[in-house]
Design a protein. Sequence first.
Length: 794
Amino acid sequence: MFPFNVLADVNTLQLRVSDSVSIYSEKAYRREQGTFFEAVGNVVISSGDDTLYGEKASLNTKTGHVQIEGSVRYIGKSITVYGSKIVYNMYSQSLEMYNAQMITPEFSIIASKLIKKSQDEYQAIEAEFTTCRDCTESWQIYGKKVEIELNQYVQIHHALVKVKGIDVLYLPYIALPIKNKRESGVLFPKVSTRNSEGVQYEQPFYWAIDQDKDFTFTPTFLSQRGYGLDLEYRHVLSEKSWFEFSNKMVQDLIYLPEKLTDDTSETSYFRHFWEFESHQQWSHSLTQHLHILGSKDLDFFRDYSYFTEDYLRRTDYGLDMFLEKRFQEYSLGLEVDYKRNILFSDTEEFDTNYVQTLPSVYFSMLPKMIWQTNEDYFYKLSYGLDGDFSTFKQNKQKEDQFLRNAHRLDLTPYLDLNILNKGPFILKSKYKVDYQEYTFLDDENKRFFKESGLVSTEVSFTIDKIFGLAYEEVYDSSELAEEDLERISDKTNKKDNVLNSTIIGDLPGIESIYTKEKIDVKRNSYRHSQEFKFIHHQLVHGKEHGNETFNEQIKNEEGWFDYRDAITEDLLTLNSDEARIKIPLKNTLEFQWNNVLVKKTARRFRYNVDEKYLKDNFEYKQLGFFNISQGFLMDGSQESDQIEDKLTRLYLHSGYQASSWNLSLKDYFIHQSGNHILSFSGQKNFDRLSFLTQYNLNTFSNSSLKTLKIGTQFRPFDVLGFSILKEHDLDSDENISSIYQMDFMPHNNCWILNLNYKENIVEKRFGFKFRFNFGNEEFKEYRNNFFSFNRLGK
């Protein structure tokens, strides 16, 4: 308010042209009976929502023509423009500024001439555009002509991209959004290099068809490989229904089927990869999802792994579809899989022996109560049923192979009995039947049946201990000594805050403590919960009969359609990782010890929001867990009486997550052979340094695995960061993949330069990217989450 007070003291109202136009200045002159008016000294012209400033102004009252000179300034609704001269018309609202600089919260433009075409539209001649606020020399885009529509977009003709004053890229036209709404235009190009194949250039063009759909087509130049085109179409049908299609096409000058070298071929070979995905939420109870992947040749995944790695999740690809209808008491669904086997010798042909699921119909019934009481004993009895009907089929059967063409009916009825619920003790029992019936399409003996009955009886009790009390309290700063405040501040900055040895909580930083008379203290509480379980698994009956060929086939994992084909009684003897990690169910006593540590934090009371005061007073976060499961065989089938021969696998699963630590461990240990199936991951963050390690181990000879992934991220300065991530096969002493990356992130928060080198078994690829800040969330996330290893190579 101070500058306006000064003007009010020295300026006077010299002329009121209309109710909306007033001119203030230190001095004013009139001539030709007031037709021409001249104001001198701290001139202020107010015209509606617009205000103009300058040292000298000349006005023609008949035409409304105004010329302002000397440190001129124009202030509109959401912009400020500085310049050397303004030519303005009070009646038409037209405005021209020379040597102008336009400043908005989103961007700034420097132009030799700026023309106001309407309230929100401007045209700049010989102008430079940038989103940088603190350092406009960081990067700019120069254009012969720049069209600006506030809160919409900027269109730049004959654009020249400059970084630190150096010309780096010419574009005949580019449109940049300065709004949240999507807009058609030329997007920023992508440049990278790969092995000996040279530079790859991609130029995306974006078409915002309307609010619900858009289309992006990207011509690509692949240097030695030739040229191609990427397409993407997206369509939103409703809030929860949509579909999208993407396609990559390449006229490849190197590839030919069965060709192993990277030298140029004598001809071009057309290759393509496409994806279609849709989701339909027809109602609250009816959902459908469809996902299809396709390609002309299987080698596409090898040659263009940078494009396909986000799509490929298994060793096959193709059609995935499900449709589910939920009723009040049960649900019914349909699943269809039709896949192409990637591990097939002929890259252009379809593996006709690959087993497809066409289709699978599943259903699940909510538990139905037989009785339920308020007593502590035998208080609830319920039953239910789950099942599915699946068709497995090959396109072409291969002789002398497993039976692969069949219908399977899979039913699982169950009965639950809650026997005791007294204090921390719970006793319950469950009886279920696994029933499978197979009908074969290509064998004389058409049928096979297997069923098993399992009783699981569980007794459990829990022990909880709570540390501290979660609430907020207000302290008077005079109640705390200075040394206590300093000690509190040190702990506060580390985000694991305590007031003293008897208080669990956090306080504001020391800088704000000294400026407040009242200090808000947020105290946390912690809950350690232990659950002890003893579960007895008893296989009470089991039988298989029918097709003997299939009976022998499913005794090995290779003969299954999926895990449901396994014979329950034989699980302990199977050489399958999926069977090794499970508890045998024949006659086994399992002990579980489950621990969890939960943090409870008091929220700020929201008195002015209805129904928030009592319901949402606290937040809960799981900090860590530690679980152990061990089984003991009781069927007496072991030849040895030693304890270790009666033990099943030992399962240990633990994790811990805090402000700077993230640890996870999962281990299956087989006592008899001493083998492990183990995975461990850990990450530790410091102020400017982060370490990551992942270790995977499988010591079984038929599925041996020993890999180590290590990485570090180092940010010595705010503007510079280095990252390394390597994965190594310890058995073969070979590199699986390596990523080396550098990020240059200037303080101006305008752009990021990313350099990375990626090497794996398939390729060596060097990439460099400029990421510009156009106010998008992706830029903020990339910059703020530097210590995230998931960003590497992106």
